[in-house]
Design a protein around this ligand. Structure first.
Ligand SMILES: C[S@@+](CC[C@H](N)C(=O)[O-])C[C@H]1O[C@@H](n2cnc3c(N)ncnc32)[C@H](O)[C@@H]1O
Length: 363
């Protein structure tokens, strides 16, 4: 899914300016932007259509939420990336978690044959739409409604289980429903950093593999984190004041750092709130906890050497995060691609470089 990037059209020149991180291009001009003239923009639009995800539901369909996306048709490029990762070959059997519109399911039917495709959608209101879309498009996979994290024992074993929602835990039920030598592919993460794929090879009920990619998926509904806004957790309390010499920008959107912190500080996530035009160069870095009882802030000022902190609730969130940041530095600043995960019926462990070098037990 797309993050923070928006194409802009110049009404006088007709030029379209697109942040280049929106998609892969060989040639680009300008600082971080691809600039195209009108004729080219048509091609660009075609290209962008392939690069945009379409949100089809927010807040589980409730009308009074914060507008948090809860269902979508993923970016086609992301679907293709996942299908490539899964290594699915014609005739293999797949179980997909999260049918949504049915778009990805249809692609799998084309490749594998509909009789080999089982898909499950948890949301009872979305389920009939996905099933109808697939029928109208001429595909007849098995479309089920329910909690895909429990798999589909009746249809197992599968060659591949593909989750199209992010997991924090690989459920034991899934390990049991993949054949030996089969694969589980899922967006996977922690509250602090959820932007990785896991490709796990399954053998004897044990799944093992490495972190890769940069996907941004919504959570599996039973494993949600980060499902709140500041105002749900902060009620004007005064926290314990302090200072830090760590700038929030050493952490914010720093994938390798955030990944490590997520392993060591469970159930906590960050938001950066820019102060706006009145105070350019100022920002508040919020830390919020899934327990909805703890919060912390770091007040960033450009050019500052020391930043004011506040911490409230049973957990000292900034202290936890700063400690984890220091331990990442002390460990030689490992990159996300150096980590892997082993999941068994007994739990999930993250390791660094070799499966024997366990750095965190996640469940
Ligand atoms: C990103 S959308 C799926 C996208 C779709 N497969 C595609 O590729 O376009 C995620 C979907 O997963 C569904 N979902 C979340 N948790 C689930 C669960 N435990 N079992 C089945 N579906 C789930 C959500 O309701 C949502 O429709």
């Amino acid at each position: 899914m797309m993050r923070d990037a928006q194409p802009r059209t110049d009404s006088e020149t007709g030029e379209v300016r697109v942040p280049i991180d929106l998609f892969d291009v060989d040639v680009h001009q300008g600082a971080g932007e691809l600039v195209l003239t009108c004729g080219e923009a048509r091609t660009l639009r075609d290209h962008l259509v392939g690069q945009l995800d379409i949100v089809t539901q927010v807040d589980d369909g409730a009308s009074d939420g914060h507008g948090i996306p809860t269902s979508s048709s993923s970016k086609p490029s992301v679907m293709l990336e996942m299908l490539a990762l899964s290594g699915l070959a014609p005739g293999e059997r797949v179980f997909e978690i999260g049918t949504a519109t049915g778009m990805n399911t249809a692609w799998m039917c084309e490749r594998l044959g509909a009789e080999n495709v089982t898909t499950m959608e948890y949301d009872e209101r979305l389920f009939p739409d996905g099933r109808r879309n697939l029928r109208l498009a001429g595909y007849g996979p098995t479309v089920l409604v329910g909690d895909g994290l429990k798999g589909s024992p009746e249809r197992a074993p599968f060659d591949v289980i593909l989750a199209t929602c992010a997991l924090k835990v690989v459920p034991e039920a899934l390990l049991r429903q993949v054949r030996d030598g089969g694969t589980i592919v899922a967006p996977f993460g922690t509250a602090f950093h959820s932007f990785s794929y896991l490709k796990l090879d399954v053998e004897d009920g044990r799944a093992r593999g490495r972190f890769t990619g940069d996907p941004d998926f919504m959570w599996a509904r039973q494993q949600r984190s980060r499902y709140a806004a500041v105002e749900d957790i902060y009620n004007g309390e005064d926290g314990t004041a302090g200072t830090t010499r760590v700038s929030p920008y050493e952490l914010w959107h720093q994938g390798d750092t955030e990944f490590w912190i997520g392993l060591h500080v469970p159930g906590v996530w960050a938001q950066l709130h820019q102060a706006g035009e009145d105070a350019p160069g100022e920002a508040t870095y919020w830390l919020l906890a899934d327990d909805r009882k703890s919060w912390a802030t770091v007040e960033f000022t450009e050019g500052g050497q020391e930043y004011a902190t506040e911490q409230y609730g049973p957990r000292r969130l900034w202290s936890e995060v700063a400690d984890a940041y220091r331990s990442w530095q002390d460990s030689g600043r490992p990159g996300r691609g150096e980590f892997g995960l082993t999941a068994t019926a007994h739990g999930g462990q993250v390791w660094l470089r070799e499966p024997t070098e366990v750095v965190a037990t996640l469940w």
